[in-house]
Design a protein around this ligand. Structure first.
Ligand code: NIG
Length: 407
């Protein structure tokens, strides 16, 4: 069992909720001149650099900033194909609609399992290099039993949490009622062994609130936790449904009535906001400030997918939430760590993620910056220069463009 001392930390943000019970943002307190000791995948010591104990390995971060690894609670990263043409059309004024999902479904059904696995793994590895240490992945680009089961199997190999999203859209040519029977019957049976959550796209062009309730209750009967895609394109009823059923999370939340905000504030459902998706679909930003001011607990996620948000960068979400959605840096950091953990139900017990605390998983990142404020102050810069996941240093990326002999 090798121990590693990570020292010369200029700014440390532990995000330990015990330091500020009930106020996630306050947990982002700054400590200077710190060190950590990692052993057997966990943090065994945190304190002032000059008090640090000996360890087998000593790593100096040279005065840089250390944060918990990001927790990304919403991705659709198992897919094939490209939708850049749809993106370009959108930038030229065509609105986003749920129908584009079928483009990815066709490409995904045609892809081999090994190509899908390679693509998914590349996204997860790329996210880890950028500081993400816990990531969720949804199915939802198969929409038949065999492909949904394949996507779930792949997601379980690369991601920490798997969500079943057979109810993404009714596939072209399918009978609506028959498809709902499939999603709540044989497809659910095939995917549930790999999944922890069930999700539904509760939106015009996808599923109504009543259909969504049916999907979610079937998932609950199969032992899955609940998540909802809600209120992305309009006031879809997804938020109200998520609160009614006690879902762990309702994601998107671009169009919210006062009643939606009040319902979320009185619930344990996390509002998961997806800033890159809002930009990429030219949607009104989810009202992050309004939600936080109302007492709603929020998370930030990348929503990495080929249709609405082809980025795995959590740093980009944090910067955008500060620059465009008027969160403080502390609120934004908390939403991208503790918020994501809560949205995934990974915020309790010894293995809780999203914070740095003695006994907890050694999931951390080093920013090449003297303060965490540089995330928003220097948006778009690749600030994460090292990541430890469960105590293991994430390897540097291999350049996929190889130099040959010159011929
Ligand atoms: O979360 N909104 C629904 N699902 C994805 C987009 C899927 C797609 O367009 O491919 C999302 O944005």
């Amino acid at each position: 069992m090798t121990s590693e001392l990570i020292t010369d930390i200029g700014e440390l943000r532990t995000l330990d909720p015990r330091e500020a019970p009930g106020d996630a943002a306050a947990a982002a307190v700054v400590r200077h001149d710190q060190a950590l000791v990692v052993e057997d995948g966990r943090l065994v010591w945190i304190g002032t650099r000059t008090d640090a104990p000996d360890a087998d390995v000593r790593t100096s971060v040279g005065g840089r900033t250390v944060l918990p690894g990001w927790v990304d609670p919403h991705t659709h990263l198992v897919f094939a194909g490209d939708r850049s043409t749809e993106f370009v059309d959108r930038m030229a004024g065509r609105p986003y609609a749920a129908g584009g999902i079928m483009t990815t479904v066709r490409a995904t059904r045609a892809a081999s399992e090994s190509d899908l696995l390679t693509g998914a793994r590349a996204i997860v590895d790329g996210a880890a290099v950028q500081g993400t240490t816990t990531i969720e992945a949804k199915t939802g680009y198969g929409l038949d039993v065999a492909t949904e089961e394949r996507l779930a199997r792949i997601a379980a190999r690369v991601a920490d949490v798997v969500t079943y999203l057979g109810a993404h859209v009714v596939p072209d040519g399918a009978d609506r009622d028959a498809y709902l029977d499939l999603v709540t019957g044989p497809m659910l049976d095939a995917v549930a062994p790999y999944a922890q959550f069930v999700d539904v796209f509760c939106e015009a062009g996808a599923f109504t609130p009543d259909e969504s309730r049916e999907v979610l209750l079937a998932g609950r009967r199969a032992g899955l936790g609940l998540r909802v895609h809600g209120n992305q394109l309009g006031e879809s009823g997804g938020v109200a449904l998520a609160v009614e059923l006690g879902a762990a999370s309702v994601d998107h939340c671009n169009h919210l009535s006062d009643a939606d905000v009040a319902a979320l504030a009185g619930s344990s459902t996390i509002a998961t906001l997806l800033p890159a998706c809002d930009l990429s679909t030219r949607a009104p930003f989810a009202p992050a400030r309004r939600l936080v001011d109302a007492g709603v607990r929020i998370a930030l996620a990348s929503n990495c997918n080929p249709g609405t948000s082809f980025t795995s960068s959590m740093q980009f979400q944090v910067a955008t939430a500060v620059l465009q959605q008027h969160l403080t840096l502390e609120e934004s950091l908390a939403a991208a760590t503790l918020g994501g953990a809560a949205a995934l139900g990974l915020d309790r017990g010894d293995d809780a993620v999203g914070s740095l605390r003695i006994g907890g998983p050694a999931d951390l990142q080093v920013l090449d910056a003297p303060t965490a404020a540089h995330i928003a102050y220097r948006p778009g810069m690749p600030l994460t220069v090292a990541t430890w996941r469960r105590g293991v240093r994430v390897p540097a990326p291999v350049n996929p463009v190889r130099s040959g002999s010159g011929r």
